[in-house]
Design a protein around this ligand. Structure first.
Ligand code: FES
Ligand SMILES: [Fe+2]
Length: 363
């Protein structure tokens, strides 16, 4: 399905059926690889984290393999993250039950023999580049080939990447819609990613299996500050193209390409930016969010790194604040409300329809 934002599309939109689009109240999609943590957050100190409704403790074995275990002792529910590690075993801090990395209990000090069938649930976890992925859904569906391929995050020769993390009091459905909605750029982010001509430019929105892709192109325009300033091309007229993709309930990517047809001596004619948004709902009202911004020029320039961190933290803070304000309204306003959508909301609605369908398959 391919659509454009022509006014004619408004007439072509299907009748609004709220039940077909995920909202903040739709059950979380669990059969999906989500980011559990940055790989370097997981070490020899147990780390407690709530991920897609599951209370999890994360640690590494002595060999460095990541372990994800339910953060609840089967005996009296002591949070295992408050226990201690001995070798690869996690020891409960209440009565000392010992669990191997596969979740099997190998010792209960109060008993003369170990109960043979006691286990704690463990979850599949996989390190890939800078992040560790977890699958909290049906274990037999945890196929590692479904982990999104994000090779630029592991390539520090061609790409320079900066990253950050936020914890947000909002729902992941709104976050998905925010990330695929570029019409808010000039209003919510006037100083960074937004230019008025970009907001008015025509986009195409396409579904590819369970992904949504939006593309837009602009010719002979001013560069947006967030990309033009670090590249030192703010005085230029450039061509701009972008692709934003709802990859899965856990990941969005955005590829921005800036073409300078008349580069100054020694400068590239093309600047590539790959933006990776990984977010994992804790619950229906809170999200862990890790963002990565990668560029393909001057990958180890600390001044550009600093600029990119500051500019993106500002832009994302604007989004997160907006999403928290919206969540506050949605949770606290008891008056009836019918959500109004326009043709330009189509990409977000396409993503919400996919989320709804995936959630319904599980429930
Ligand atoms: S609560 Fe863990 S051993 Fe008793
Ligand atoms: Fe935004």
């Amino acid at each position: 399905m391919t659509l454009t934002t022509d006014e004619t599309v408004l007439g072509a939109m299907e009748p609004h059926e709220p039940g077909n689009f995920a909202t903040h109240a739709t059950p979380l999609v669990r059969n999906c690889w989500y980011v559990a943590a940055r790989a370097d957050e997981i070490g020899r100190t147990p780390l407690a984290r709530k991920l897609v409704g599951a209370d999890v403790v994360l640690y590494r074995t002595e060999a460095g393999e990541p372990v994800a275990m339910r953060n609840r002792c089967p005996h009296r529910s002591f949070p295992l993250a408050r226990g201690t590690l001995e070798g690869d075993r996690l020891i409960c801090g209440y009565h000392g039950m010992e669990f191997e990395a596969d979740g099997v209990c190998v010792n209960m000090p109060a008993l003369s023999s170990t109960p043979s069938t006691v286990t704690v649930r463990t979850y599949p976890v996989v390190d890939r580049g800078p992040v560790t992925w977890i699958w909290v859904g049906a274990p037999d569906l945890a196929d590692e080939s479904l982990i999104p391929d994000l090779p630029w995050l592991s390539d520090d020769v061609e790409w320079g990447t900066v990253t950050g993390h936020f914890h947000i009091e909002a729902d992941y459905v709104s976050m998905h819609e925010n990330l695929i909605d570029q019409t808010h750029f000039p209003f919510l982010h006037p100083g960074t990613v937004g230019t008025p001509e970009y907001a008015r430019s025509k986009l195409t929105a396409t579904t590819e299996h369970d992904q949504v892709v939006i593309r837009r192109e602009l010719s002979d325009c001013a560069p947006p500050g967030v990309y033009g300033r670090p590249a030192e091309i703010m005085h230029k007229r450039i061509d701009r193209s972008s692709e934003a993709r709802f990859v899965s309930p856990a990941v969005h990517t955005a590829f921005a390409r800036i073409t300078d047809h008349d580069p100054d001596p020694g400068k590239p004619g093309l600047y590539r930016y790959n933006i990776t948004h990984c977010f994992t709902p804790e619950s229906n009202t809170a999200i862990h969010y890790w963002w990565f911004v990668s560029r393909d020029y001057r990958p180890r320039d600390p001044a550009i790194d600093r600029f990119m961190v500051e500019a993106h933290e500002q832009a994302y803070s604007e989004d997160l604040e907006a999403l928290e304000w919206i969540m506050d309204v949605v949770r606290n306003d008891a008056d009836p409300h019918i959500e109004l959508s326009f043709a330009t909301d189509k990409p977000g609605l396409m993503a919400r329809r996919i989320l709804f369908r995936l959630a319904r398959k599980e429930n």
